[in-house]
Design a binder for this molecule. Sequence first.
Ligand SMILES: CC(=O)N[C@@H]([C@@H](O)[C@H](O)[C@H](O)CO)[C@@H](O)CC(=O)C(=O)O
Length: 306
Amino acid sequence: MHRNFNHPIFKEEIIMRDLRGLYSALLGSFNEDGSVSEKGLRQIIRHNIDHNKMDGLYVGGSTGENFMLSTDEKKRIFEIAKDEAKDDITLMAQVGSVNLKESIELAKFVEDLGYDAISAVTPFYYKFDFDEVHHYYERILEGVDMRMVIYFIPFLTGVNFSIEQFKTLFENKKIVGVKFTQGDFYLLERMRKTFPDKLIFAGFDEMLLPATVLGIDGAIGSTYNVNAERARQIYDLARAEKISEARAIQHVTNDLITDILDNGLYGTIKLLLEEQGIEAGCCREPMKPYTPEMRTRAKEIYKKYF
Ligand SMILES: CC(=O)N[C@@H]([C@@H](O)[C@H](O)[C@H](O)CO)[C@@H](O)CC(=O)C(=O)O
């Protein structure tokens, strides 16, 4: 798990974790009044380490319902994750925000906590031009000596990059890779060929097999919180070029993902965890509270796939 890096951005040779592998995107866990459930978070983290045997946790991403949280809540979740995980698993903190000052503050905060890497979503809502997006990443990185993985998710942010633009961003040696949540396999192939030394993490769990065939370095996903065993099989089989076996597991996985998406993504994953005895808690409003129908359907999904 640990590798020796002699990276020019770091003052001396230090032991840094190899960032490659499979990460669960850490779910948010909330009480009915919307407050952060520390107990729920700790249980989800332990489940990912002890049961799911994940290589890493992606903390503060979309799955963590992060963009609905205050700065203090984000910090508290980063603290809880580090305190629970210690050094048992690679920790990557998503610090991106449309509030750049907050991103800079969070990056410093997780560096002090001892996170292994940061990630930042492309700034969204306003139609920032590429120079502004570039400036955003440079400013976040100015204050920290940390490795950064760009969080590229155009279907939610509306922000797309060309290969040339990725090249410009990657000129900063602290930017070591990208979380590629995009279904464009032509772009993914071009990225792999153009940037053999950058880390590419697949962000769509339903596309793990083809992304692995194209040579990704890992994957980060919400459904790995519950479907880790199948994800690991797909990843390992695809890397061993056992494609038809991997495809059979991807088919079952995608049936599961379709059922989860139909019933409400993050809520259903939490209800599936509840079936395994984990107090995963609620979603943060304005996401819907669980209805009796949703709970019943989650039980059916659990019986069908687990
Ligand atoms: C928008 C979203 O939730 N995307 C997920 C996927 O894991 C996704 O839930 C899954 O592929 C189902 O579509 C991840 O890419 C997001 C993620 O890792 C994160 O930021 O939490």
